[in-house]
Design a protein around this ligand. Sequence first.
Ligand code: SF4
Length: 312
Amino acid sequence: MKWTQKSQEKYNQDLKNKIAELKKKRKAIIIAHNYQRPEIQDIADIKGDSLALSRAAAETDKDVIVICGVRFMAESASILNPDKKVILPVVEAGCPLADMINVDKINELKRRFPDAPVVCYVNSSAEVKAVSDICCTSSNAVEVVKSLSAERIITLPDKNLGLYIASQVPGKKIIPWEGFCPSHVRLSREDVLLAKKLHPRAKFLAHPECYPEVLELADGVCSTKQMFDYVASSDSQEFIIGTEKGIIHGLAKEYTDKRFYLASEHLICADMKLTTLGWVAHALEFMKYEVKVPEEIRNRAKKGLDRMLEVK
Ligand code: SF4
């Protein structure tokens, strides 16, 4: 059979029907990150950034939580919902940034800076969260740091987010870890200057995982959720987007009268693109792959997430 656009659409629709049936049967909720493929965003019950995903996972009354995202997001859902089945459709979907820090490295930091609490970006493993004092997301990182009384604060694993926090909270000494998001650091200052030249009326929105010299050019430094809020309240009709490509689908769908340009075609996270409709159907059919954080780690990691959810 020749594979045409029509047969692809039929194949996708069949999978969507199957997912809808299985979702009902399993009493499941599908939660998707803003960086997921368009067709995955379209079948999600809840869509958002890491903070929204954590909140949704904490509040759901469904038996099964399917996380369309990467491993640390499924771990956060499991930490907040130990009695529910948390499913990550693609077992290999990880986050290279999260893998740049581990417990040994944090213990070394704690030895060097014993008075500094550890603020841990949610883009981190459950083990890392368990040895941190409080978690944050890119939405609430500045508020989380402001909520702490300590003068020196360790932030990890993303260095650019740490530097951004430092610029927003000048009263505190931020000690950032050296990690980086391989997708966001692909965006250069030159890319942005070119995009601005091509779209002179557009506002430029950048994610705090981008380099400081990129953030300097931004009209707004935003988490993905904050990008939606910025667009909603802006009079501008055009936006250059400095974060992962997947968000363009959601923005264009929600704000049909506005135009969005990706700041660089290199803004793609390979791990976020692993989840397909086929994998979601497989996940619901066979309940794979379950992510369960061991109780001892969960208890400690939950404290940091709970503290974060209390801040904002
Ligand atoms: Fe990790 Fe960056 Fe991909 Fe987000 S976009 S999952 S931080 S590698």
